[in-house]
Design a protein around this ligand. Sequence first.
Ligand SMILES: [Zn+2]
Length: 151
Amino acid sequence: MDIKEQLKQKLNLSDADFAKPMPIPTKWSRPFWDGAGQHKLLLKQCKDCGHIDHPPYLYCTECHSDDHEWIEASGKATLYAFAINEYGVPFPFMPDLPYVLGLVDLKEGPRMITNIVECDHNMLKNGMELEVVFEDVSKEVSLPKWKPIKP
Ligand SMILES: [Zn+2]
């Protein structure tokens, strides 16, 4: 019996107790989530100064312009920092333990919080090269996550 079934029986929980929170797109973040749904990593770039913001804001955080376009990112990044979660998480995330939270520096500039997946946790090192992968969490929603580029 897996951990989810054990917890359900022991604590009288239901499947609803294991429902993960889903992204709620805003007017200015919807293109990012629509892109992720198509397995594209889209970033908001200012047309006046070229700055790329993530998460996307209404205005450029560098020059306050509201003139922007969405560009497709390369999907390449380096690992800035990480933590391996082994316990002490809400019920929906318990079946995933242990999992890796990471801060990754995208080649295009922004730093993104994410999960590092598809790897041996013992081989993770700050500065290592990563590439994006998309996890389909529902019919409409996919989450960008990152995995080490194999040498
Ligand atoms: Zn700008």
